[in-house]
Write a protein that binds this ligand. Structure first.
Ligand code: NAX
Length: 365
């Protein structure tokens, strides 16, 4: 049995976490041989519901769940973390503009970036889920000068999975036979679900579907899927977001399948002409706990236009939060050639958080 790893999660009593925590504890995220320590972080007013969730986790008797600690303070909860999932964010209220949402959440992610920089494991892998995910990831990363920008990512895997799922339903193929789809850009309605390089049963996907349907219906359907789910359910995607988080982290840690790639929001190194330094969703392949952008894909005029639109949106968002982006990290974000750092050097670091400890077992020490 391996030594346990520390996973710090914000928004741990929220809807996404309610599906996610149980999947992590069964080993779906990292592996069936990897014990986990959950460091759950919430707002002070949500600590009691969080305690209830910890009780439920305990009641599942998961063999891989080494211990749980509960925190209403980010600094305390992120100590020694090998993985940090930033899910908690202020939700968009009725009539709230996207720019207001950005401004409200920005200082939280600046603060969290600083704390991760100081207190997390040096090989930490960070995934930002809370919206606006790409820009929040940028803020966190720019506020972590001692870590590599490549250690910070934003979730666009839900959009990637939606692209495959809806294509599978449309064509009758099994989702596993739909490969090499890409979601470019921002996790917003400007994202571009690209099927130009996709395959179905190993053959190019586009000739197998109606071009007008792809351009006029499919793209918008993916872009607006989040809103459609809110309209139908009255709440934003939760279980599918949890599944996407599992997929994103699993593939980052364990590698992507042969003959395929995934979409991840990562710092742009200028590939495909995208402005360096923004967090943009690219097609990536992962191996040994690292990722690299898939190079050499042909970009049509149609695709370029859509990719640029999303890039422009991210540049505008960056402008909105520029006061929270320290100048000294600008250079490291603009001059990143390959996205490599953070392998799988994971070990028990001997840190214990006794006061906040909820569940402790000694099976895997
Ligand atoms: P919920 O409102 O159910 O839960 C959020 C939880 O976060 C709450 O319990 C709240 O108390 C906590 N929280 C808020 N600020 C916090 C902070 N500073 N530190 C610790 N905890 C904090 O939202 P949920 O449905 O779980 O969604 C969470 C976030 O994910 C939202 O911002 C949502 O917009 C975003 N999403 C992002 C997706 C993506 O693909 N990137 C898809 C799903 C989702 O829409």
């Amino acid at each position: 049995m391996k030594r346990p790893v520390r996973i710090a999660i914000t928004g741990a009593a929220g809807s996404i976490s309610h599906s996610l925590l149980f999947k992590i504890a069964t080993g779906e995220m990292i592996g069936q041989d990897q014990p986990v320590i959950l460091q759950l972080i919430e707002m002070p007013q949500a600590m009691e519901p969080l305690r209830g969730i910890a009780m439920e986790l305990e009641d599942c008797a998961f063999p891989l769940l080494h211990s749980i600690s509960l925190h209403d303070n980010f600094e305390e909860g992120v100590v020694g973390a090998h993985y940090v999932l930033l899910i908690g964010a202020k939700p968009r209220g009725p009539g709230m503009e996207r720019s207001e949402l950005i401004a409200t959440n920005a200082p939280i992610f600046a603060h969290q970036g600083q704390a991760i920089n100081k207190l997390a494991n040096r090989d930490v892998k960070v995934l930002v889920v809370g919206n606006p995910a790409n820009t929040n990831a940028l803020i966190a990363s720019r506020n972590a000068p001692d870590l590599s920008p490549a250690q910070f990512t934003a979730l666009t895997r839900l959009d990637h999975n939606r692209t495959r799922g809806i294509m599978a339903n449309h064509t009758g193929a099994n989702p596993k036979d739909i490969r090499r789809v890409t979601v470019w850009g921002n996790h917003s309605s400007t994202q571009f679900p690209d099927l130009h390089h996709a395959t179905i049963y190993g053959e190019p996907a586009l000739p197998q579907i109606d071009q007008d349907w792809y351009r006029d219906t499919f793209i918008e359907k993916i872009q607006k899927r989040g809103s459609a789910i809110i309209d139908a359910r009255g709440h934003s995607s939760a279980a599918s977001a949890a599944q996407a988080i599992i997929n994103h982290m699993h593939d980052w840690i364990n590698g992507t399948p042969e003959n395929d790639w995934v979409s991840m929001g990562i710092v742009s190194d200028g590939s495909y002409g995208i402005e360096k330094g923004i967090i943009y969703s690219f097609p990536v392949r992962c191996d040994y706990g690292r990722y690299q952008i898939v190079q050499g894909l042909e970009i049509s005029e149609f695709a370029r236009e859509k990719m640029t639109l999303s890039e422009q949106e991210l540049l505008t968002e960056m402008e909105t939060v520029k006061d929270l982006l320290p100048k000294e990290t600008g250079e490291s974000h603009r001059n990143l050639s390959v996205c490599l750092r953070s392998g799988t050097t994971l070990y028990d670091d001997g840190i214990s958080l006794p006061k906040k400890q909820y569940l402790q077992t000694d099976r895997v020490r």
